[in-house]
Write a protein that binds this ligand. Structure first.
Ligand code: SF4
Length: 167
């Protein structure tokens, strides 16, 4: 492997939202190198990541921690203390360097996650006959249920809809 992208960092702990007496902290990792060009590759490789290319902000949850990547820094939360934060910072920087080293084999992703469809958007995909064959009182009630639980989308025999990302 050649020279790593990130070669050094400084770290400080901040209380979330300046909360006095907080027992958990956010680790602000200031990077010595700029990782802006690596963000679309991280977006492609880190499962579940969400990226705003215009703002150059990438959000990701991993190992019970939230990570926010920016060109010159990575915020990690929650952390108990510096003893916990330091290995987390080193590990995530290793991940950044490892993904950057493989970038020629990765297709960068510049788009963020699509927001889940609203109940109204799902409703518009239905026949809107309120026939109740799905077991719901109306197509709108069905659409609302599908938004909460996409697996219910198979219950309507009159519409072939696939709801991705609904929560
Ligand atoms: S089965 Fe389909 S068309 Fe009939 S009420 Fe349910 S969602 Fe509407």
């Amino acid at each position: 492997m050649g020279t790593p992208l990130v070669r050094g960092f400084d770290m400080r702990l901040a209380t979330p939202d300046c909360l006095p007496g907080a027992t958990h902290y956010r680790a602000d990792v200031a990077l010595h190198e700029d990782i802006a060009e690596a963000l679309p590759y991280l977006n492609a490789e880190l499962e579940g990541a969400d990226y705003n290319h215009a703002a150059r902000v990438l959000l990701w949850n991993g190992g019970g921690k939230r990570y926010a990547f920016r060109p010159r820094g990575i915020a990690i939360a929650p952390v108990r203390d510096r003893e916990e934060a330091d290995p987390l910072a080193r590990a995530i920087i290793r991940t950044v360097n490892e993904i950057w080293a493989r970038r020629d084999a990765i297709r960068p992703r510049f788009e963020g996650r699509r927001p889940p469809p609203t109940a109204l958007e799902i409703y518009r995909l239905l026949p809107r006959t309120n026939c109740r064959e799905c077991g719901f009182l109306s197509c709108m009630a069905f659409a609302t249920a599908v938004r909460s639980d996409p697996s219910k989308s198979a219950l309507c025999p009159h519409a072939a809809i696939t709801i991705e990302g609904a929560t």
